[in-house]
Design a binder for this molecule. Structure first.
Ligand code: FES
Length: 81
């Protein structure tokens, strides 16, 4: 009797060879995201990342959400805590 589940093997294999995505909250600034990501808007439409490293707004003040446009620095936004 074979207990190998072949239905999950392809996705498990892909995961082990992918570079992990890293999301780092920068002090008083955006999230820095490196690695493979898929961005979509609220309707599920794809948003093409501008680079392999992207900065996502977390202050809510960017005019080009979801990306950071530097507004956090111009408005002296500070993270809580
Ligand atoms: S974090 Fe940079 S504009 Fe919001």
């Amino acid at each position: 009797m074979n207990h190998t589940d072949t239905t999950t093997a392809p996705s498990d294999d892909r995961r082990t060879h992918m570079t992990p995505t890293r999301l780092t909250p920068l002090r008083d600034g955006p999230y820095e995201v490196t690695g493979p990501i898929e961005l979509v808007d609220r309707d599920g439409c794809a948003i093409e990342p501008p680079a392999t490293k992207v900065y996502l707004c977390r202050c809510g003040r960017s005019a080009s959400k979801p990306f950071c446009d530097g507004s956090h620095a111009r408005t002296a936004w500070k993270e809580e805590g």
